[in-house]
Design a protein around this ligand. Structure first.
Ligand code: FES
Length: 100
């Protein structure tokens, strides 16, 4: 499903989109895209608002700084311990497509 134009996701940044009624965060690190649920598993915070580390491909939750690996959804640090859902995402004809 096409959810956005590639230009809607800033380079080395993120944006969030409504997909099937829920927020999904799409991150862009260089040429790579990652899509995860835009809700921390520790609370209600929006992970697309978190600090992106382009070296480790991780994002820090803006509320209590739990770190999630964008590649696997794994929670790398407390206070979160459950992973976030990840989705396959790719670019086609300058569009961002996602499999949910
Ligand atoms: S809401 Fe994300 S670490 Fe607490």
């Amino acid at each position: 499903m096409r959810i956005a134009n590639l230009a809607d996701v800033p380079e080395n940044g993120a944006n969030r989109f409504v997909v099937n009624g829920k927020f999904v965060a799409v991150f862009r690190v260089g040429a790579d895209l990652y899509a995860i649920d835009d809700k921390c598993t520790h609370g209600q915070a929006s992970l697309s608002q978190g600090e992106l580390d382009t070296d480790t491909h991780c994002v820090a939750c803006p509320a209590h700084s739990a770190i999630f690996d964008l590649r696997s959804g794994e929670a790398r640090t407390l206070p979160a311990f459950k992973p976030v859902a990840t989705y396959r995402v790719w670019v086609e004809d300058d569009g961002v497509l996602i499999e949910v």
